[in-house]
Design a protein around this ligand. Sequence first.
Ligand code: FAD
Length: 493
Amino acid sequence: MKSASKHIVVVGGGTAGSVLAARLSEDPGLNVTVLEIGADDDAYGDGILDPARAPEAWLGMQPVAATPMLNGSGVIPMIQGRMLGGTSAVNGLATLRGLPEDYDGWAAAGLSGWGWDDVVDTFIAAETDQDFGPSSIHGDRGPLPVRRWRREEMGRAQLAFYDGMVELGTRTVDDINDPRQLPGLGIFPVTIDGGANRVTTSRAYLTSQVRARKNLTIRTQTEVKTLIVDKRRARGVVLSTGEAVEADEVVIAAGALWTPNLLMRSGIGPGDHLADHGISAIVDLPVGKTMSDHIGPGLRYRHTGPRGGTAGPAQSLLIGASNGVEIDYHAFPIAPSSRSGSSKFVIAVFLLRSSGLGSVRLGEKPGDGPIVTAPPLPHDANERLHHAFKRIAAWETSAAAKSIGCTPIEPLDLNTRDAPAIARERYTISYGHMVGTCPMGTVLDADCRVLGVEGLRVADASVMPTIPSGNTYLGCVMVAERIARKMLAQGRG
Ligand SMILES: Cc1cc2nc3c(=O)[nH]c(=O)nc-3n(C[C@H](O)[C@H](O)[C@H](O)COP(=O)(O)OP(=O)(O)OC[C@H]3O[C@@H](n4cnc5c(N)ncnc54)[C@H](O)[C@@H]3O)c2cc1C
């Protein structure tokens, strides 16, 4: 029997949800219940924990939704993890913060408390940086163990990419999480333990001590169907079994695709769109109208050198090729990957600033998943990609690329102006960085409270008003840490 006074329900025990659960239950005066549709993390198995097998997890996962065709390459799968730890259990482990101007842009848009000087302390507090230790930019006490891949852990193609870029005179940096060092070529930091196993947010935050707290309940394989909202106040949730779970406050952390879906199914969203689905709007908000993602062409190669390299998704990263820090190239093996490596790989080029014009809308029937439309690339994408492609053309001629016989699978003269469009037509990838579907500013206030509804917050990738210039998982941890802290400071209510 729980004795605490205020009951908080967290919907989704994913990347952000695991952080929220751990932090909120630090207050014994709160009673926290996490409802997660997927399995607990003891069901992970090696395929999740071994980073070299991440590409298998991507192949094995069903996309939650398919976007209408961006180009001739067909639908772009958009997947999310469905288990405790969420997408942090299937992602590429890259642990990046983005750039100061990303967050300063949030603050300049009126979201006080979200500028770089505000958020950097949260990034530092969340990590134990095994390479740099405590400093003005890194921490040594946080739940997330972070380090950079070592050369001996990288695949041959990744090394050839890195070394070839260095041959071309690209400036290298030790630490791409230190914005003072950018732009430059660096190795991704990753969240792994001493045995080079993936550490998901559920493993990092929901430790056995945390799980033993009497005020924390974690219910896995539990699907939330709708919110209970009465007189513009959230009162709890209804599960797919029909069970109602009452709450004093609900925090939704179901990810950038499912959070807007749940809000809209519960009557919180664009009035006209909800009306089309026979749902009357409790509040008319632009939920799902502004999705960003990092999307870009992938150039496929093979090499003749020995298959090998152990850490499959180890990625070298180049940012800042043309105009400030705005392009991210990386090389990764084409799945299936395994301990024996792969001789095929992709060099992907992503523009770090998204148009933000993607969307999430309701599917036709109540039980259908959301319909997701990828954001179109920004208007100057071809020009920026052209610059990046010329660098890759030069890389193809480097001694490092030649040393393992790197050749394009579908040859393309990367120096021509129409090469980016042809490459996009052949193969376009989503980085899985869907964000901004319920952003602070238009759907939420700066404390991530849903505008016009009491007792209801969102705290996951959905809340980001613009996409950070880097991978998004650490940003979700930061959001969850900050929202939990605000909730704790605002008291038990
Ligand atoms: C293939 C791939 C690779 C990526 N690689 C990287 C990377 O290397 N580095 C990086 O920083 N980012 C990466 N990302 C992106 C990053 O991992 C995500 O942005 C981030 O993890 C999202 O966190 P979240 O908390 O918003 O959602 P999630 O972690 O997806 O959590 C949402 C949770 O809600 C649960 N849920 C959903 N609906 C319901 C419901 N109705 N009831 C109950 N539970 C529900 C889900 O099962 C899930 O556990 C990658 C993404 C993908 C797809």
